[in-house]
Design a protein around this ligand. Structure first.
Ligand SMILES: Nc1ncnc2c1ncn2[C@@H]1O[C@H](COP(=O)(O)OP(=O)(O)OP(=O)(O)O)[C@@H](O)[C@H]1O
Length: 300
């Protein structure tokens, strides 16, 4: 399966610069989480990636070629504003959308049934979409993005408003699709979920991509924190160590922040000198912490 590449994409709405030279790629088989504050430019990027909105400059490529009408029919899209036909029944809607994307009537029926059952919609299959709860409408929307077996998946906040069970179903489906080689791009404000689920993450701020990589890559340069447990240590044992700041100190658990040049093995030696060390581990900053640092002072 091919990669989806967004290259140097810029977009203005009147005077407002919504995107300013955004570039990243979603590799075949990867789950890519797209995060940023409200108004940072996620929806605009995704709509341009799909070809439903034109960029002012830059381009989007799939499998090394520009997006065409033909490639676009192989994209699966879950728009933020949802966009289902409210009065159509769930089953009919999915069959209709599958046929619109080129499936035969028979294949469209089969695929609609498969996704209805996979997404727990069987009891609702003959209901009008407008009569479903919002969470169930979202499941139908996911089914609509998947029913034609897309080669690329782009989902705008697919997890918003879902209950925990639905979050698990959505996560499993996205993972499965990625495992078949499909590039999957989705936006979310649920950073713990993005951190858990995604292979790589892009952080957009004020229309510019300010960080991109795996969580490990993104947090590699961050100030190292250490958790050290020396139950018999005398209080304040770490206070005098050069380049080390004590974040918190409880009897059995001291949290330290190390300046980048400090060798953690020296800290370990100092800890051992004061008593038996029961725990010694580096603490990685969470995506939420990283996000706060990266977007701090975001332009309005
Ligand atoms: N049709 C439009 N006309 C004018 N400005 C727009 C339009 N669509 C988006 N914008 C502006 O472009 C910027 C980027 O918006 P976009 O919807 O892409 O952000 P977002 O990251 O998806 O935000 P959210 O997390 O709130 O969904 C915002 O400042 C927004 O107000």
């Amino acid at each position: 399966m091919p990669d989806l590449e967004i290259r140097q994409v810029s977009k203005r709405y009147g005077d407002k610069v919504a995107l300013d030279g955004v570039s990243f790629e979603v590799r075949a088989g990867e789950l890519f989480g797209f995060v940023g504050s409200n108004g940072a430019g996620k929806t605009t990027t995704m709509r341009i990636a799909l070809g439903v909105l034109a960029a002012d400059s830059g381009e989007v490529r799939f499998g090394g070629s520009p997006i065409t009408h033909e490639t676009r029919t192989r994209f699966g899209y879950m728009p933020e504003e949802r966009g289902l036909y409210p009065k159509m029944k769930v089953f009919d809607q999915l069959v209709y959308l599958a046929e619109l994307h080129g499936l035969s009537a028979n294949a469209a029926h089969k695929s609609a049934e498969t996704w209805i059952s996979r997404l727990g919609l069987a009891p609702r299959r003959l209901d009008e979409v407008q009569k479903l709860s919002l969470g169930n409408q979202q499941r139908v929307q996911l089914a609509a993005a998947l029913v034609h077996d897309p080669a690329v998946l782009v989902l705008d906040e697919p997890f918003s408003g879902l209950d925990p069970i639905a979050v698990d179903v959505m996560s499993a489906v996205l993972r499965e699709k990625a495992a078949t080689g499909v590039p999957v791009l989705f936006s979310s404000h649920q950073l713990d979920l993005v951190e858990r689920l995604c292979d790589r993450i892009g952080i957009i701020r004020g229309g510019r991509l300010v960080a991109c990589g795996s969580v490990e890559e993104l947090t590699a340069g961050a100030c190292a924190q250490l958790i050290v447990s020396v139950p018999e240590a005398r209080p304040g044992w770490a206070k005098e160590l050069p380049g080390v700041q004590v974040v918190s100190e409880e009897p059995a658990r001291t949290v330290l922040e190390l300046a980048p040049e400090v060798d953690d093995q020296l800290v370990l030696a100092a800890a051992t000198a004061t008593g038996p060390v029961r725990e010694f581990r580096r603490l990685r900053p969470s995506l939420a912490e990283l996000f706060r640092n990266v977007v701090a002072g975001e332009p309005k």
